[in-house]
Design a protein around this ligand. Structure first.
Ligand code: NZQ
Ligand code: ZN
Length: 397
């Protein structure tokens, strides 16, 4: 039976070639007076995008200051830096120019501007606190991956402790997202493919569930997953392909804005929670980390969610079910997924990812994951602390 749901995706999407030129007008329409241009390492500067953004804001008569240097798995220390600048400069709008890391850093600054206390409290989960507001955020997306440009999620890392934590609230959904697929052509293949992996996983987390699944949602999800598989492979050999970039970019937003989970029980999200600990401890690229943990998670849980794994194997991975038991079909689907990961040079275990946690580190990650989840977690199968340890150990080969 379809479960009740709310679908809220208020972000204005401006998609296509040269759309980044509209940024000044879009910010102006938000009645912003002074903007923080927030960006990452050097890609957006090197490509000339930051200069174009400044020119567009100047043309629209909007004041701006800037803060670059956001790293992948973004740090709370950069958020504090942004907060200082915004407060001293009277910034009333934050423009993220980058990917999930920059967008999430921008969202955290936006929460912090409205929060009377240390904004890390929202992420730490040490006490039950809620955001008290969120300044407006706009996005120019430069990598198709996290889906943060339309999602309600924000993921921040405290580097000193290795804690990588998420906070979700609809008030953080960006006011607009400019998506020009051309901007993603400068990505290294590893980042493109990690992005494709993450995009798929946002929908897979919502697909492998034991409650409330709807046919329309499944059809949308399966179509999205097949599309990403097709165009990820094309981009692997033809990175300049605009149409492939466009297909992936739009899939990235739809995969995580809530659309592919409407009517179900909220999704599983264990692979994500397990990966966040790997990111916190080893600073791995998020999508690659997901590829490295998913096959072990899948093998660990599939018997508890067999109909969904059978459906996935046949409808997404193209497994021919003739003469096979449900169990065999499900396993073939997982194997086909591993083959796909390998075809785009993604890892399928920790060794291929390049990490080798000790048993003590695995226990530490599992305990931290369990805490971040607030107890047992999962819909395909409810994982407790020992289950989390077991999945990490399966992946650690
Ligand atoms: O810093 P620069 O120089 O820009 O380099 C970045 C970075 O090294 C590079 N890059 C981005 N656009 C580029 C480019 N290089 C060349 N050309 C371009 N056009 O790519 C690298 C990765 O960037 P990042 O923003 O970290 O990627 P992604 O979008 O995958 O974001 C990952 C972060 O988002 C979180 C992840 O956990 C991770 O911290 N997530 C956020 C979610 C959300 N808010 O909804 C959901 C996700 O599940 C995820 O957890
Ligand atoms: Zn993700």
């Amino acid at each position: 039976m379809a479960f009740n749901f709310e679908y809220f995706s208020p972000t204005k999407v401006v998609f296509g070639k040269d759309t980044d030129k509209q940024v000044g007008a879009l910010v102006k329409a938000q009645n912003a007076k002074k903007v923080l241009i927030h960006y990452g390492g050097k890609s957006a500067v090197k490509s000339g995008l930051i200069d174009r953004v400044k020119a567009s804001l100047d043309e629209a008569g909007i004041e701006h200051v800037e803060l670059g240097g956001v790293v992948p798995n973004p740090h709370i220390s950069k958020v504090y830096e942004g907060l200082e600048i915004c407060k001293s400069e009277g910034v009333d709008f934050i423009l993220a120019v980058g990917g999930g890391s920059v967008i999430d850093s921008a969202k955290a600054i936006a929460y912090g501007l409205c929060y009377d206390g240390d904004v890390w409290e929202l992420f730490a989960k040490d006490k039950p606190v809620k955001a008290t507001g969120c300044a407006p955020v706009g996005v120019i997306l430069t990598i198709s991956a996290a889906g943060s440009e339309t999602s309600n999620s924000c993921v921040i890392t405290k580097a000193e402790t290795g804690e990588k934590r998420s906070y979700n609230d609809n008030i953080a959904r960006p006011k607009f997202a400019i998506m020009n697929p051309d901007l993603t052509k400068t990505l290294p293949d590893y980042q493109t493919q990690s992005g494709c992996t993450d995009i798929m996983m946002h929908t897979m987390e919502r697909y492998f569930t034991n409650g409330g699944n709807m046919e329309i949602t499944d059809e949308l999800a399966e179509g999205l997953l097949r599309t990403v598989i097709k165009y990820a492979k094309i981009l692997h050999t033809d990175p300049e392909n605009y149409d492939a970039r466009a297909e992936i970019m739009w899939s990235g937003s739809l995969a995580h804005n809530g659309l592919t989970g409407c009517g179900n029980d909220g999704g599983d999200f264990c692979s994500h929670m397990l990966e966040h600990e790997m990111g916190g401890m080893f600073d791995v690229t998020h999508g690659a980390g997901l590829a490295a943990i998913w096959p072990s998670w899948a093998r660990y849980v599939y018997k508890d969610c067999l109909p969904r794994f059978v459906k996935y194997a046949t409808n997404v991975m193209g497994v021919n079910p003739e003469g096979l038991s449900d169990d065999e079909i499900a396993v073939k689907g997982i194997e086909a997924m591993e083959d796909f990961y390998h075809s785009i040079d993604m890892p399928t275990n920790f060794k291929e990812l390049g990490i080798a946690p000790t048993d003590a580190q695995i226990e530490e990650m599992a305990k931290s994951c369990y805490k971040a989840c607030g107890g047992p977690k999962g819909s395909a199968k409810l994982l407790d602390l020992q289950d989390m340890i077991n999945v990490y150990k399966m992946a650690n080969c």
